[in-house]
Ligand binder design. Structure first.
Ligand SMILES: Nc1ncnc2c1ncn2[C@@H]1O[C@H](COP(=O)(O)OP(=O)(O)OP(=O)(O)O)[C@@H](O)[C@H]1O
Length: 310
């Protein structure tokens, strides 16, 4: 009898859930310089199990670099990044198998047809959901018989998203997943992310500069500015815990040092100050909030982004 060639199937990853209690992502005091330029300066980030964390920041703020460091693809100059309690540079197979990543510009295996690439990659993942791949390629109108290199950037990004979701990851990291997507595709993606987090408890980190995407999908938001995460907060309590204060020039001149809970400060043309302050749950606002002439207002997510990123 002729031996029939069988596809090489990766051995099943032993089920080790001992790390499930650890935070999916923990980044502490990470520094990175490129060619003498400081890109990350003491960046911290924490993702709790089941949370959907949107990482927002302007172009060049350091989001992709932080993501690459936390995945162990780039070595930091200082500080530590951990995935489920293990150093990102030394991730074991059990953790890698439960991690999905969509890079900003997916470029892997461009010579393969979409369907062949999915079949090939699927062999490496014990929990690969082939039915999800077929159904989602069809639902998102993606051709299985087209070579990846011939897809549009948006189509390639959607293929990369399906590829990252198919192994049913418990941690999903997406670097600007919506950048090349049209508004309809963006909504579909955000719905998929929110559904995964809600139904399967998948923890998600995605970077973006689109505030409305955060409002649709995220439970938490981290603002990145000039290489640091300047603020990380829950979206539901954002409005109760943050205030913008307009401090008139006369009072601003007497302000010595930082105000308790201060997260951003901007000098206004007339000598007044615009301050953003945060308070912990159950803690009173600083006295400055009710000082004569000080005007306090509640911030929208977009206001807060503008205040911390200016
Ligand atoms: N490999 C590299 N070599 C040199 N400089 C780099 C490298 N990677 C990133 N940088 C620089 O680091 C800075 C931060 O880049 P990064 O891609 O992390 O920012 P970002 O917040 O993701 O930006 P964007 O929103 O535009 O994608 C930029 O000034 C960039 O030029």
């Amino acid at each position: 009898m002729n031996a029939v060639a069988q596809p090489a199937v990766a051995p099943a990853v032993p089920l080790d859930l001992s790390f499930a209690m650890e935070p999916p992502i923990s980044v502490r005091g990470v520094d990175k310089r490129y060619d003498g330029q400081t890109v990350l300066a003491g960046a911290n980030l924490q993702l709790e199990p089941g949370a959907v964390l949107g990482l927002i920041g302007r172009n060049g703020a350091g989001k992709s670099t932080l993501i690459r460091i936390l995945l162990g693809l780039v070595e930091p100059d200082a500080g530590q990044a951990h995935i489920w309690g293990q150093r990102s540079l030394m991730l074991d197979d059990a953790r890698k198998a439960r991690l999905g990543y969509v890079p900003q510009q997916p470029e892997a295996l461009p010579w393969l047809k979409v369907g062949d690439m999915m079949d090939f990659i699927g062999r490496f993942y014990p929990r690969w959901d082939a039915a999800f791949v077929t159904a989602t390629l069809d639902r998102w109108g993606l051709p299985t018989n087209k070579v990846l290199a011939k897809l549009s950037p948006g189509e390639r990004q959607r293929v990369a998203i399906i590829r990252a979701l198919a192994p049913r990851p418990e941690l999903l990291v997406l670097d600007e997943p919506a950048a090349a997507l049209d508004p309809v595709a963006r909504r579909e993606l955000l719905r998929e992310i929110a559904q995964r987090a809600g139904e399967s408890g998948t923890s998600v980190l995605f970077s973006t500069h689109i505030v409305s995407d955060l409002e649709r999908a995220a439970s938490h938001v981290a603002f990145m500015h000039e290489g640091r995460v300047v603020l990380q907060t829950e979206l539901d309590t954002l409005k109760e815990r943050h205030l913008r204060l307009r401090v008139p020039a006369s009072a601003a001149a007497q302000l010595v040092g930082r105000v308790p809970g201060e997260v951003a400060r901007r000098a206004l043309p007339d000598g007044a100050l615009s301050l953003v302050v945060v308070r912990d749950e159950g803690v009173a606002w600083p006295a400055l909030v009710t000082a004569p002439g000080v005007h306090a207002d509640v911030l929208s997510l977009e206001d807060l982004f503008v205040e911390v990123a200016e």
